[in-house]
Design a binder for this molecule. Structure first.
Ligand code: ATP
Ligand code: MG
Length: 461
């Protein structure tokens, strides 16, 4: 039944591509085994949760390896930020081994095993698409579902780069290397497994991963892995916006965002990802602003500080918001309603390409919405702004605008001083109120019996 369905979905071209990938795998079926004495992996850098997960699976009679980015990072002497486990247990079997676990994903089913507040991702070895199982590709060869399970060797073929197809057995402390990943790492090369064009067609996000991982790890993208990227850049248009968002978020928070964005531009991969990458980077002021924001984020991350994605996305889209805001103002809309119209329009347009999570867009709007309020430096308004729950983010955003040359430095300096000043100094700093809040007259409903209208004066707020 499933086979029939797959036959319908797979077109001729993708069958041919799969044949190529299969041929690749048969050449590399034997893994090199690198013993503990021949590699420099420090087991202490592996999280206890990952070790417990491997141990649990192995005790239940399954194979289990630390795999992917974690092994690569350990070999490069970086501390991995997350640990993935690969196993021959099916998701249901993994779920049965661990009390605190859940099966997630549809496109790619896997299990999250929870240990305290750490989550370990466990995936079942993936197999060839002509094995039994549930998988599908679309017309352009993109894999839209991949739930066909297979052997360890098959799993290695389906990973993206040779350096990401390394398997560490925590019990024997051996590394299994199916595609010469260790040699590539030693040569500082990021090399695609199999035919790069086919692999990008299966999943265009691999192009972004190539750029991101090479910037993050200081690896050079191998010649054949690099060659088709520019030509295939348009395939990214077909990737679901939520996946693009996840990948771009990783890129922005990698600590190497500036390099990654420059590389994306050089490879023509930026078109359509974010309006900023298309348009803003082409305007000198916009580019300066975005690059400053990315540089700040990189510095924070490299220094081990956290970085707020809402703030970053607010900066990335700001110049688009500014432009649209100007248009609405020119059409005669009032300042604040015009800003709100612009904010909504830009976020909606963005969502079609790269879906920024709602939890971030709410904060982005707050940061943007605060900006005109920084212009108001008279009366009670500056005091009210200081108590805004997002004041700090709004102020940092203001400073970036100043540094990029969009607005006068003096405004940022005024707020820096005002926030820290004592009451006396603050009073002295306030500008004359040229636009005092009007005392509004409020007409109360005329009581039917009264002939004279009563007016109340509203207390100034
Ligand atoms: P990072 O350090 O950013 O986490 P990573 O390589 O570990 O890098 P993950 O997204 O955590 O990236 O993926 C874990 C592993 O899953 C990868 O190392 C790779 O083996 C495999 N993988 C991830 N994405 C893909 C993909 N698009 N195609 C093939 N294999 C992939
Ligand atoms: Mg990872």
């Amino acid at each position: 039944m499933i086979k029939k369905f797959l036959q319908k979905v797979f077109n001729k071209k993708t069958k041919a591509q799969i044949a190529i990938n299969k041929a690749d795998s048969s050449n590399t079926s034997a893994a090199k085994i690198i013993s503990a004495s021949k590699h420099n992996i420090n087991k202490n850098l592996i999280s206890q949760s990952a070790l417990k997960t491997c141990d649990g699976l192995q005790k239940a009679g399954f194979e289990a390896f630390v795999v992917g980015g974690a092994v690569r990072d350990l070999l490069l002497n970086y501390k991995p930020k997350d640990f993935d486990i690969a196993t021959n247990a099916t998701p249901e079997e993994v779920y049965k081994v661990f009390r605190r676990s859940r099966i997630i994903g549809r496109r790619f089913r896997l299990v999250h095993v929870l240990w305290g507040n750490e989550t370990i991702e466990v995936s079942t070895f993936r197999g060839h698409h002509d094995n039994e199982g549930d998988a599908a590709v679309n017309d352009s060869g993109r894999i839209i579902r991949d739930n066909i399970f297979g052997s360890l060797e098959e799993d290695a073929v389906r990973r993206d780069f040779t350096a990401n197809a390394l398997y560490y057995n925590a019990t024997t402390e051996e590394v299994l290397d199916f595609h010469n990943g260790v040699a590539d790492l030693k040569a500082s090369l990021l090399r695609m497994i199999g035919d790069p064009t086919t692999r990008y067609q299966e999943d265009p996000v691999r192009m972004l991963r190539a750029v991101r991982l090479s910037a993050k790890l200081g690896l050079k993208i191998e010649k054949n892995t690099q060659a088709p990227i520019q030509k295939l850049a348009d395939l990214l248009q077909d990737v679901p916006p939520s996946r693009l968002f996840d990948e771009m978020l990783k890129l922005f928070l990698s600590g190497h965002a500036v390099e990654s964005i420059s590389a994306l531009r050089a490879q023509h991969l930026h078109h359509g990802l974010l309006p900023l990458l298309d348009v803003v980077l082409e305007q000198p002021l916009g580019e300066k602003f975005v690059m400053l924001a990315l540089k700040n984020t990189d510095d924070r991350i490299v220094a081990g500080k956290s970085s707020n994605p809402s703030f970053l996305f607010a900066t990335l889209l700001w110049h688009e918001v500014l432009k649209t805001w100007e248009t609405y103002k020119a059409q005669g809309h009032n300042l604040i309603p015009a800003l709100h119209m612009a904010m909504h329009e830009i976020i909606d347009a963005q969502a079609k390409k790269l879906a920024i999570h709602n939890r971030f867009t709410a904060t982005m709007k707050e940061i943007w919405g605060m900006q005109p309020r920084f212009e108001q430096r008279a009366g009670k308004r500056p005091y009210a702004l200081l108590t805004h729950p997002r004041y700090r983010a709004g102020y940092d955003f203001l400073l970036l605008r100043c540094e990029s040359g969009e607005i006068d430095m003096e405004l940022g300096e005024w707020w820096t001083e005002f926030a820290d000043a004592n009451t006396e100094r603050r009073t002295a700093m306030l500008l004359p109120d040229t636009n005092p809040k009007k005392r509004r007259k409020r007409n109360h409903k005329k009581p039917a019996t009264h002939s004279e209208p009563t007016t109340h004066v509203k207390e100034p707020s």
